[in-house]
Design a protein around this ligand. Sequence first.
Ligand code: IMP
Length: 174
Amino acid sequence: MDKISKEILFSKDAIQKRVRELADQISKDYEGKELIVIGILKGAFIFMADLIREISIPCRVDFARLASYGAGSESSGKVVMTKDIETSIKDKDILIVEDILDTGLTMQYLVDWLEERNPRSLKICVFLDKRKRRKVSFEADYVGFTIEDGFVVGYGLDFNEKYRFSPDIYVIKQ
Ligand code: IMP
């Protein structure tokens, strides 16, 4: 994996525009309500920070941490929760915010986990959706962009903890 080259997929400007559109839609859909936004660490922290600053309704935030990828670009397939949320979500409106939906195994695990706590509503917002790689039948309620298979980095997404800081999103080419 030494010789990595990257090809730009979404520029900072394209990302900002799409985040605003998602935030507008979410603000309309939840008008008059208070939202609890749950970000999945680590990848979602940048998208979530941008999104909640564009959302015009009051929202509270919390984070869960789930891991399915080991080192490298292939999922281990086994999801582990390493940090639970700290907020009571019973009878609340919940929006899960995630960087990317790939096989869907991570999201399925978290949704099952949160549903047990009886929220009033539970929706999912992902910035990127690799729909073709899904292993569980699962659709997000809000999607930034649908992408083809390929490993992407930047805007919070990493490869071996690298490239998270990049304001643009790239596809890795080996
Ligand atoms: P899933 O459980 O297969 O849907 O994987 C979801 C998690 O895998 C995401 O939260 C990311 O952390 C990671 N992931 C999946 N695809 C990529 C990618 O292309 N780049 C970086 N991380 C990815």
